[in-house]
Design a protein around this ligand. Structure first.
Ligand code: AMP
Length: 208
């Protein structure tokens, strides 16, 4: 199955991706995580991306296509895309490479997003997300690394990321609605509640 996880920053895409990936045996491609790895390794892509990420802006489409294509090369039987596409140009470019089956659009209001992001801790090694209000841990329970706060998870940058989402990313839902691939997921409630809604949407998709 080829799945796109869509939604604003802080909607829970990364957390849900972890569960979906496990249950359906799909490789999880987080373009944000790939960029962060490139930044850490100081690659040419990382140097370009840093400028944009720190300001809450989107990295250029041509850079993102390079990132995506090299990730897709590793996927033989489906994938779970998290954070891609974020512009109409990216969605159209993706259509030329492959046809996605379903786009799970996780919906949540912006004040909840800000609250979640400002309470987010992340494992710099495996990328697992934690919420300070739910988890009182400082060490990742998967790989044992010390948790950190993402540089772009501060209020000013979060507000900019939300603005970018509304203007550049949200309109992409129309592209997939017209292809009859869009599934709406209510992103409120616990991780388990949201995952249950996703399972149901994927089950309904499978029956089509
Ligand atoms: P994320 O981890 O998905 O929240 O992404 C973090 C940041 O990486 C975003 O705010 C963008 O600056 C950049 N980024 C990730 N994916 C994309 C994409 N598909 N297009 C443009 N920029 C991206």
């Amino acid at each position: 199955m080829k799945i796109v996880l869509f939604g604003p920053p802080g909607a829970g895409k990364g957390t849900q991706a972890e569960h979906i990936s496990k249950m359906y045996g799909l490789p999880h491609i987080s373009t944000g995580a790939v960029l962060r790895k490139n930044i850490e390794e100081k690659t040419p892509i990382g140097l370009v991306a840093l400028e944009y990420i720190e300001r809450g802006k989107l990295a250029p489409d041509d850079v993102m296509m390079q990132v995506l294509e090299s990730e897709l090369e590793k996927c033989e039987n489906g994938f779970l895309l998290d954070g891609f596409p974020r512009t109409l140009a990216q969605a159209e470019a993706l259509d030329k490479i492959t046809s996605v089956d379903v786009v799970l659009n996780i919906e949540i209001d912006s004040e909840e997003v800000v609250d979640r992001i400002l309470n987010r801790m992340v494992c710099p090694k495996c990328g697992k997300n934690y919420n300070k209000k739910i988890h009182s841990v400082e060490i990742c329970d998967i790989c044992g690394s010390a948790l950190t706060v993402r540089k772009d998870d501060n209020e000013e940058v979060v507000r900019e990321r939300l603005h970018v989402y509304e203007n550049q990313t949200k309109p992409v839902t129309e592209h997939y609605r017209l292809q009859n691939k869009l599934a709406h997921i209510d992103g409120r409630g616990s991780i388990e509640d949201v995952f249950e809604r996703i399972r149901k949407a994927l089950y309904d998709y499978d029956k089509k």
